[in-house]
Design a protein around this ligand. Structure first.
Ligand code: 0X9
Ligand code: ZN
Length: 432
């Protein structure tokens, strides 16, 4: 019986991920500004897929197609750029990751009786939607579920409003957290659903409810998210096909290049086949319009906006298009460091410690049209991109092993507690 089960698992796994046959992944370490300068043109030239951004003193992870491996390795060597193989065989690694997830799913189902959202495994979009509805139905006094719109393919884009005063006490600052704009960053949505759990089902920080209103949107891009479970594990964008004559062949827009902030000026692409395609115009995507409309609706009292991405263990803040600092640069840095410190204190020894800084400077890569910059430009004083923890030398595979999901959710929540309190204090005193 057990044998049949394992064979079935293998058969299922091998039918998947065929598009990644022959692909390899590499750690890339960049040690100087010159190496960064040489590296970014290679990303376009060799169609590299940057899974985690390299930063000074910390390697990133790249996917490289078979046809570009020789050329890329040669050029990297010429530039003195250090490469190390992460996976010799991306498809096999994904098959292996799938098995880990599937075995975990079965044991997790047995533990949880299939009801609550798992935190010992990745969360499917249907399970997240069901959970939000359950929260709305079970805790109507504090939680209201809103379906803001349907995605390009017609999936509901849902968020939860959490308030002890029905969003009617206008003296309370609002905190807005979203996740899942980048489809493949699977660790992002659980950190948002965990925040919902901690604000509704298991309240241990009562002041966060008394003193704030919350908006939590776990999956901004449900179509892309679904597609990474069913089709392409490394899909990043939305799934729209109406942006360009080539959108039928190359669907999707990078949601984090689609905001109206120096739109399509730097770190973006005009070709729909690129992973950083900015779309036909700012806010061309219904998914980004949902986030925009929430920001504007509550702007007068929105103290903090955080968008959850992965991976790299970083807290990034504006301005991401040119590396300059805003009027609230000091506040952004101070609250960012406070959050990172809390996370680091609650982290594991083999997780990397968080880096805090300006998006463009930390990543050595300016990019326009990101949500964190847009939110800040329209007036949200504390606006951040979290790059949650992912793999490292000791965490092999492409998926952070599911056994670490709960850990990432816990430590991120510790950061959010500190961030909300600090940002709330500064916001109320208007010392910005
Ligand atoms: O490139 C991105 O959109 C983010 N990194 S990711 O690996 N998750 O794709 C970083 C966004 C940084 N923020 C700005 N450039 N403003
Ligand atoms: Zn991302």
């Amino acid at each position: 019986m057990k044998f049949v089960f394992v064979v079935t698992l293998f058969a299922l796994a091998y039918a998947k991920h065929e598009e990644y046959i022959g692909w390899k992944s590499y750690y890339v370490g960049l040690e100087s500004k010159d190496q960064f300068k040489a590296f970014w043109p290679m990303v376009d030239k060799y169609e590299l897929d940057v899974l985690s951004h390299p930063i000074l003193g910390r390697e990133g992870v790249l996917l490289v197609k078979p046809e570009h491996q020789a050329g890329f390795i040669l050029e990297a060597e010429t530039e003195g750029i250090a490469l190390k193989v992460h996976s010799e065989d991306v498809k096999s690694q994904l098959d292996y990751d799938d098995q880990v997830i599937e075995l975990q799913r079965i044991s997790s189902m047995m533990r949880n009786a299939g009801r609550q959202l798992p935190y010992d495994n990745y969360q499917q979009i249907e399970a997240i939607d069901d959970y939000l509805d359950y929260i709305g139905a079970t805790y109507p006094d504090v939680a209201t579920v809103v379906t803001a719109a349907n995605s390009f393919e017609g999936r509901p884009i849902k968020y939860v409003k959490i308030s002890t005063t029905n969003f009617e006490d206008h003296s309370k600052p609002v905190i807005f957290i979203d996740g899942g704009i980048h489809a493949r960053e699977w660790i992002s949505p659980p950190t948002v659903t965990w925040a919902i759990h901690k604000l509704v089902e298991d309240v241990t920080e009562r002041d966060l409810l008394d003193n704030f209103d919350w908006i939590l949107l776990p999956v901004v891009n449900p179509d892309g998210y679904k597609f990474t479970f069913t089709n392409s594990r490394f899909w990043r964008k939305t799934r729209s096909t109406d942006q360009h004559v080539l959108s039928g062949i190359c669907p999707g827009v990078d949601g984090n290049r689609n905001y109206d902030f120096f739109w399509n000026t730097v770190g973006t692409s005009n070709t729909p086949c690129s992973d950083v395609y900015a779309g036909s115009k700012a806010f061309s995507e219904v998914e980004t319009r949902v986030v925009r409309d929430i920001l504007h609706e509550h702007l007068a009292r929105m103290a903090m906006y955080i968008t959850m991405h992965s991976f790299g263990s970083m807290i990034l803040y504006p301005w991401g298009h040119d590396g300059s600092l805003s009027h609230n640069g000091l506040g952004l840095h101070t609250v960012g460091v406070a959050m990172a410190t809390a996370i680091n204190q609650n982290s594991l020894s083999h997780f990397r410690s968080y880096v805090v800084g300006n998006s463009a400077l930390v990543l050595n890569y300016p990019a326009a049209g990101a949500s964190e910059d847009y939110a800040h430009q329209i007036g949200v004083p504390f606006s951040y991109t979290f790059e949650l923890p992912g793999l490292s030398n000791t965490l092999l595979g492409f998926n952070l092993n599911p056994r670490y999901i709960q850990q990432v959710c816990n430590e991120t929540w510790q950061g959010l507690i500190v961030g909300a309190r600090r940002a709330g204090d500064l916001f109320r005193n208007k010392k910005l």
